[in-house]
Design a protein. Structure first.
Ligand code: 5AD
Length: 347
């Protein structure tokens, strides 16, 4: 168990020699608990349609300039086939929050992917109703990703442009998802305007308390077409106690997450790789054991514009570059579904 003070101590540390200790500690805990396999999850961004107006996300419903798309069932299954052919153990079906996605349609796609390729299926489609989640589970979905973004209710309401929430809707829903039999994944963005050291320390404590099976953390990347992105880019000075949205700080949070959640599956996220040319490597060397290669075909991938992407880090997206990075670290691609390890027996 990590204490609040220990977490805060590491979050505030700047000395690279001391920080080296943190990376090594996290790497050792990763190796002892989840081994050297790097699980590859094929990411299929099947639709950018969204009814939410989140102030941080470039796909928010108020962005009328963005061309919206939804892949066909054949296109989605073709992406899953690529994942299968490349030897990945699972796919992640991700979209904006669109209550009109027909659950029958999505359920049938899940069933087809499971039947044809035997892959584990993870969903990341926002805050669905319990009956929808039950249906998708029944059709074969195994896991669900729903980042709570920040556990601080005040900051959450601010970035979501929501008011008068009595409790955090996503933290509640994660618990429901577990009860429905899903493996559950949460996570946060790092460096949101107004996010403080103690908020992030509490987020990491919550990862531990919820006993998350998967934890994804990535830097907040301001999108100039969003309300929050404009505020961020125009701000002249730092708010006191504000945490940076840097690769170094993200690396600290990944390492601390590994110490807090030794058995969780933790990705080196695309957002990290997007702000740092060796983002995947530093993630994998500091506690991460998962990469989610993007399988979304162009022109759709460019339309899935959560945040602006920097084209100079092309390597982040290439299957073979990812394999090379894994080999360079003397690690190996995972085999099988790569679900959460559980030992001693039971949770
Ligand atoms: N920068 C970084 N990450 C973002 N996300 C959404 N918008 C941004 C942004 N501007 C993340 C959120 C969401 C996930 C799918 O993408 O954490 O849960």
């Amino acid at each position: 168990m990590l204490s609040r003070n220990e977490i805060l101590g590491w979050l505030r540390k700047r000395n690279p020699v001391r920080l080296q200790e943190l990376w090594e500690k996290a790497d050792a805990v990763r190796k002892a608990n989840v081994g050297d396999a790097v699980h590859l999850r094929g990411l299929i961004e099947f639709s950018n349609e969204c009814v939410r107006k989140c102030s941080y996300c470039g796909m928010n419903a108020s962005n009328y300039r963005l061309t919206r798309y939804c892949l066909t069932d054949d296109e989605i299954v073709a992406c899953a086939k690529t994942a299968f052919e490349r030897g990945y153990g699972s796919v992640v079906l991700q979209s904006g929050y669109n209550p009109e996605i027909p659950m029958q349609w999505l359920g049938d796609i899940i069933a087809q992917i499971k039947k044809s390729f035997g892959l584990a299926v993870t969903l990341s489609i926002g805050e669905r109703t319990i009956s929808e989640l039950k249906h998708l589970k029944l059709m074969g979905a195994d896991r669900y990703l729903l980042r709570f973004e920040t556990s601080d209710l005040g900051l959450y309401q601010k970035i979501k442009l929501q008011k008068n929430l009595k409790s955090h809707p996503r933290i509640r829903l994660l618990q429901t998802l577990r009860e429905l039999g899903y493996e559950i994944g949460g996570g946060i963005m790092i460096g949101l305007p107004g996010q403080t050291y103690s908020m992030v320390a509490r987020d990491i404590e919550l990862f531990q308390k919820l006993d998350l099976d998967m934890v994804g953390v990535g830097p907040y990347i301001p999108h100039p077409g969003t309300i929050l992105g404009k505020q961020f880019l125009m701000a002249e000075e730092n708010i006191p106690g504000q945490i940076p949205n840097s690769a170094l700080f993200t690396r600290k949070v990944i390492a601390l997450t590994r110490l807090a959640c030794p058995q969780s599956n933790i990705p080196a996220t695309t957002a990290l790789a997007n702000i740092s040319s060796n983002g995947f490597i530093i993630g994998l060397r500091s506690g991460a054991n998962v990469i989610m290669p993007n399988l979304t075909p162009e022109p759709f991938r460019s339309l899935y514009s959560i945040y602006p992407t920097t084209s100079n880090h092309i390597m982040n997206y290439n299957h073979f570059d990812i394999l090379d990075a894994i080999a360079q670290l003397n690690r190996k691609p995972g085999t099988g579904h790569g679900g959460r390890v559980k030992f001693p027996a039971g949770r």
